[in-house]
Design a protein around this ligand. Structure first.
Ligand SMILES: [Zn+2]
Length: 109
């Protein structure tokens, strides 16, 4: 069963059905090209399975998908402590660290 990923850039949301890595890569290249042509700085990444997982900000009320967070996280080494939960990206709303929703509040192992 094919996964479906929503893109929302420039001319609006377009549904993409990913059924091969070549198509996915070609589509991502197309997104990047379109963003360059339109002068849009699109930080979003949808090229990994995790990028379509639900994500939440650890600071504000923002929630979305992991691919909507800012990646890679600037100055990540200085912002997390050893053994703490690894953030998925930076909140696009407030700039704090955002985490996968399912991991948030999960019991420590
Ligand atoms: Zn936030």
């Amino acid at each position: 069963m094919n996964e479906r990923i929503w893109f929302d850039f420039g001319s609006g949301p377009q549904l993409h059905e990913e059924d091969s890595n070549d198509k996915i890569n070609a589509f991502i290249d197309g997104v990047q090209w379109a963003c360059e042509q339109l002068g849009i700085d699109d930080y979003r990444q949808y090229d990994e399975e995790n990028d379509v997982q639900p994500a939440e900000c650890g600071n504000c009320e923002w929630s979305g998908i992991a691919g909507d967070t800012v990646q890679p996280i600037p100055d990540l080494e200085q912002r997390i402590e050893a053994g703490s939960e690894v953030p998925v990206g930076e909140c696009p709303s407030c700039g704090a660290l955002a985490y996968l929703a399912e991991a948030k509040g999960a019991p420590q192992q």
